[in-house]
Design a protein. Structure first.
Length: 140
């Protein structure tokens, strides 16, 4: 990582973020934002009205869609990635699912934790690879 964009995080001696000091739900919070930006970038079309873009992105970022996406990428995950997914899935958030099953909600939290981990460790290519696998059937 060339520049510390998150000055509030503790840094390890070598300049890498000390991930074990970041609560898993904080990684999920960050991962949610990273995934939202990836989705918005993916669907962006200057000829499409903002309301249509919003509806499409909302459908892609909802817990059910994230849970389905996890099923498409599970076989690609490393052991470390699976660990972040598992830890996020098993976390106990203070909020409850509004329009999703609790199982989908928990899996989506795991997914967002994984996304936060990959982002903070500078693995942009890996994020793109997994994102593409999730949505490749929608292309063409």
């Amino acid at each position: 990582m060339e520049e510390n964009l998150s000055p509030g995080l503790n840094m390890a001696k070598d300049g890498e973020i000390a991930l074990r000091e970041i609560p898993i739900l904080t990684l999920a919070y960050l991962g949610d934002a990273v995934y939202e930006i990836m989705v918005r970038s993916y669907i962006l079309d200057a000829r499409t009205k903002v309301a249509q873009l919003h509806r499409k992105s909302a459908g892609m970022v909802k817990a059910q869609a994230q849970a389905q996406g996890v099923k498409k990428i599970e076989d690609l995950l490393t052991d470390q990635e699976k660990d972040y997914l598992r830890r996020g899935r098993n976390a106990h958030p203070k909020t409850r699912a509004k329009n999703a099953s609790m199982n989908d909600y928990r899996l989506a939290t795991g997914f967002e934790s994984l996304w936060g981990y990959l982002y903070l460790t500078g693995q942009e290519n890996r994020l793109r690879e997994l994102f593409q696998r999730m949505w490749e059937e929608n292309e063409g």
